[in-house]
Write a protein that binds this ligand. Structure first.
Ligand SMILES: [Fe+2]
Length: 498
């Protein structure tokens, strides 16, 4: 069966789906040279429309995940993209049609996130609904694709991009936002952190019923240590954490999720800024110890993605792009039937810092830059060890949101930054970057930054490689992709150099 692409904001412009699988050996390098010492892969994933869901519409989270991988080795680049062959994808491929009906999928408007439960019937019974379309990260020699507590982690082979399958440790994870459909079904966060030396993964799931968050610390031997945060203040969209040297810092922000709202005809998400932001500090050396809860004495604001954390003495600093409000549509500003509003079009963020005095419990927030920015990245070898260098996509204010166009490197100790503007008026999507160390042994932040850019209006893509020595001089290499890059939410680097 064939389908036309629906007339839907989620599928237009930079979001036009990449409905094919491609292999490009020896990509054209149109400018400069790829540093020969780089060896590894940059993997990204995002929701990609394959066919309509059973009711004909597709919220972003119900669309199938696709992984795009760029492998660099000895000065050469090879690109592949492949569908992530989830149980859902495989079932629908066999039947050639959408086999799942989402409870929030009958709204052809901003309320359809594809985050609701699916109706179960004889055709999809026992088949997980996960689409694994939000992030992909390295763990134990594989790339692991996840959504946001919406399905079991799925391993991807880093060279072939073939789907290996649901990870074996998934059976030890808690459910996410949906009941488990089968043995091994589960949830897992889109934004775990990890310890570079041990490979230990710090993840979690979140739920709209108690316990609202369950931590899962996963070792490379597949053991999973879990902790329910039974005394959490309220349910929250637990999208990201900070990993400091001694604490997992889980922010509870009044961006709530409640599937019961779908049945009332309302969006699954709500923003309730009268509630305080509360930080849960969980000891890394004993996740079962009592959680230290810190209620922040600051005005409403929102962190979607964290950069990293430092501790000096008793002062814990938590850095992130900080939004004025979550970049999601809510009932306060959207009515039934309104078109979909996507992310950065409705809110803006600037680099900021939350500070917690661990001796007194005092808190404060600071704005560190006037420039809109998001999609923070760091040298991930230093996750949980303190840091100095932050990398983001920068932009400028556009109406009530922001338009992203640049790479920004910030010295988080001094606040000074460097920027390179990648696009000016041309329509293009400057996507989330990744940091690549110059060599395995170099200090934090010394190396390269790879920025994917989809020049979607020209039907072409590029990966730009910048040297951290000075990003203001522009990319040192441009790798051509002869089609627009599909939109991806997130991605990470896997280093092949050991
Ligand atoms: Fe995210």
């Amino acid at each position: 069966m064939s389908y036309s692409i629906p007339n839907d904001t989620r599928l237009k412009g930079p979001f036009q789906p990449m409905r094919f699988e491609a292999t490009i050996d020896e990509c054209v390098v149109s400018y400069g040279e790829i540093p020969k010492e780089i060896a590894g892969g940059f993997y990204r994933t995002g929701p990609t429309w394959k066919r309509p869901a059973a009711q004909g519409t597709n919220g972003l989270l119900s669309m199938d995940g696709m992984v795009q991988g760029l492998v660099l080795e000895n000065g050469r680049a090879d690109f592949k993209n492949r569908w992530i062959r989830t149980p859902k994808y495989e079932l629908e491929e066999r039947h050639g049609r959408g086999m799942f009906r989402w409870t929030d999928g009958d709204w052809d408007d901003w309320r359809n996130f594809g985050l609701g439960d699916v109706a179960r019937d004889a055709c999809n019974q026992g088949v997980p609904q996960g689409t694994n379309n939000v992030n992909i990260f390295p763990f134990d020699g594989k790339m692991i694709a996840t959504a946001d507590s919406l399905g079991a982690p799925i391993a991807i082979d880093p060279l072939t991009l073939e789907t290996v399958g649901i990870v074996p440790w998934s059976s030890k994870l808690s459910k996410g936002l949906h009941e488990k459909a089968a043995f091994g079904d589960a949830g897992f966060t889109a934004h775990p952190k990890w310890d570079h030396e041990t490979g230990t993964l710090y993840g979690w799931t979140y739920h709209d019923t108690e316990p609202y968050v369950t931590l899962h610390v996963v070792s490379t031997d597949g053991t999973v240590e879990s902790r329910d945060l039974t005394d959490a203040p309220y349910n929250t969209v637990a999208h990201d954490i900070w990993l400091s040297t001694n604490y997992i810092v889980m922010p509870f922000q009044p961006f709530l999720v409640d599937k019961a709202r779908i049945l009332q005809g309302r969006s699954v998400y709500s923003w309730e800024p009268d509630r305080p932001i509360v930080l849960g500090l969980i000891r890394r050396d004993d996740i079962h110890a009592p959680v230290r809860w810190v209620t922040m004495d600051i005005d409403p604001q929102y962190v979607m993605h964290t950069m990293s954390a430092n501790i000096e003495g008793d002062v814990l600093t938590l850095d992130a792009p900080i939004f004025n409000r979550p970049p999601f549509p809510f009932e306060q500003d959207f009515a039934d039937g309104d078109d979909v509003a996507l992310f950065f079009s409705i809110a803006k963020s600037t680099l900021g810092r939350w500070t917690v005095d661990l001796s007194t419990g005092a808190t404060k927030t600071e704005q560190l830059s006037d420039r809109p920015s998001e999609l923070p990245k760091v040298d991930e070898r230093f996750f949980g060890r303190g840091y100095r260098w932050g990398f983001q996509v920068g932009g400028h204010v556009k109406r009530s949101g922001m338009s992203m166009n640049s790479l920004v490197v910030t010295d988080m100790k001094t606040g000074s930054d460097q920027e390179y503007v990648i696009r000016r008026d041309q329509p293009a999507a400057v996507l989330e970057a990744t940091f690549v160390p110059r060599a395995s042994t170099v200090g934090e932040g010394d190396g390269y930054i790879i920025v994917p850019v989809s020049w979607w209006a020209e039907n072409r893509g590029e990966y730009l490689i910048f040297d951290t020595d000075d990003v203001t001089v522009g990319p040192i290499a441009r790798i051509d992709i002869p089609f627009r890059l599909g939109w991806t939410a997130h991605g990470h680097w896997m280093d092949f150099r050991g």
